[in-house]
Design a protein around this ligand. Structure first.
Ligand SMILES: Cc1cc2nc3c(=O)[nH]c(=O)nc-3n(C[C@H](O)[C@H](O)[C@H](O)COP(=O)(O)OP(=O)(O)OC[C@H]3O[C@@H](n4cnc5c(N)ncnc54)[C@H](O)[C@@H]3O)c2cc1C
Length: 378
């Protein structure tokens, strides 16, 4: 490890690395096949303190910082990107607005149990007709009789089939405007219905589904922050989401690289292990170099975030480069394993399928380019 980590950060990395090798890797294939919420491993991740990492001590967190968060998720994703996607949602977006804007009552009842892995939270922004363009959302919130009434349809909601609470983004005021409100909706709230699960190519143990809001009445105590100011609140976490997604990509690609390296040392063709052929060795050299650049960019952006320096451009660059590089690394790993990279009983196909998620989650590469160019003043 070449990054200058504190002893605490090193301990976190080592803990999660051990957890990955001993607990995640042996279960990763079965988890993917089952396409179910990984309840047992989710509990173990919670015991390791991952969900508490980025939150302040007064709210039950440990304030370990974004670098520690990246180290943890990188190791989780080295074993399973599905589990990483579930944990990222729980440890960041799914709980962030509740911690930042929720009442003490909501925090005691939902946030603290979520840190302990006893309640599951998620975020509802995307809709069938609104993905990259958040302002295209059609979900509306109307003030009525001292509370709010939500109507709309959300899509691709991570962990929704098992979630206890949903942070819902909805337009307030002019439907064509940019005023967005954030509402905390509990699972048993009348008018909230979790729809069909969406079957996916990858991260299959991170279950996703539609969420319908049909005259869903939300009490005023469940309004998070000022209605209309949602975009401003969202800006407070977007960079972190991108940095952590970059760390997830690095972790997934490391997993694929490890598998293919072990295979190449073992696989004999024309009388020698294929790892001795220059064509294969050069692939490894290129994969490792791409990964190293991705890691350095990720932790550089994380360090800027931790030091509270401007990092929007760096976070978008890290997210774009790391996810694209990770996809190339997984592809090369599969080529090295040839037919065995195509076989369902070897893990490499899973890494190749899963890594695509990092190209989408946190915003696509096209969106990252738009942010980088904007930050450059174009
Ligand atoms: C596994 C998974 C889990 C998810 N979990 C959640 C969740 O929990 N909560 C949630 O709210 N959302 C979630 N999402 C949704 C995710 O945030 C969106 O998929 C993402 O924002 C992209 O939106 P879209 O898929 O509708 O693509 P679109 O926005 O329709 O984009 C389609 C293509 O057009 C490109 N494009 C769009 N606009 C432009 C432009 N102006 N210029 C150039 N190119 C453009 C995009 O880059 C992309 O290539 C999840 C998605 C996945 C796959």
């Amino acid at each position: 490890m070449d990054l200058a980590l504190t002893p605490e950060q090193e301990a976190i990395r080592d803990n999660f690395a051990r957890f990955c090798n001993e607990q995640i890797k042996p279960r990763a294939e079965a988890m993917d096949e089952a396409e179910e919420f990984p309840r047992e491993l989710f509990g173990m991740v919670s015991e390791l303190g991952f969900f508490e990492m980025r939150y302040p001590e007064e709210d039950g967190g440990v304030d370990a910082g974004i670098i520690a968060c990246c180290l943890g998720i990188e190791e989780i994703c080295r074993g399973s990107l599905s589990l990483g996607a579930v944990c990222q949602m729980q440890g960041l977006m799914g709980t962030y607005f509740l911690q930042r804007l929720g009442s003490d009552e909501l925090k005691d009842r939902l946030f603290r149990p979520a840190l302990a892995g006893e309640k599951v939270g998620t975020i509802c922004m995307t809709e069938p007709g609104a993905g990259s363009n958040l302002f295209g959302m059609r979900t509306r919130a109307e003030e009525r009789d001292g509370g709010w009434v939500l109507n709309g349809q959300k899509m691709w909601i991570t962990s929704a089939p098992v979630a206890d609470f949903f942070t819902v983004f909805a337009k307030v005021g002019d439907p064509e405007g940019k005023d967005i409100g954030i509402f905390l909706v509990e699972r048993d709230n009348p008018g909230l219905e979790v729809g069909r699960s969406i079957r996916k190519l990858g991260v299959r143990a991170s279950i996703t589904s539609e969420v319908a809001l049909d005259d869903c009445r939300v009490e005023s105590g469940h309004v998070l922050g000022e209605p209309g100011e949602g975009l401003g609140y969202l800006r407070g976490i977007l960079d972190e989401i991108r940095i952590v997604t970059a760390a997830m990509a690095v972790g997934g690609a490391r997993g694929a690289l490890e598998e293919s390296l072990a295979y190449a040392k073992d696989r004999v063709q024309f009388g020698r292990p294929i790892s001795k052929y220059q064509a294969i060795r050069f692939k490894f050299a290129e994969m490792a170099t791409e990964l190293e650049v991705a890691r350095q960019m990720t932790y550089y952006a994380a360090a800027r975030s931790e030091a509270d320096l401007p990092r929007t451009k760096e976070a978008a660059m890290a997210k774009m480069f790391a996810s694209e590089a990770a996809f190339r690394v997984c592809d090369q790993a599969a080529r090295i394993m040839a037919a065995y990279g195509y076989a369902m009983e070897y893990p490499i196909q899973r890494y190749l399928r899963d890594i695509r998620f990092t190209l989408i989650g946190g915003g696509t590469s096209e969106m990252m380019k738009m942010i980088i160019a904007k930050e450059m003043g174009t």
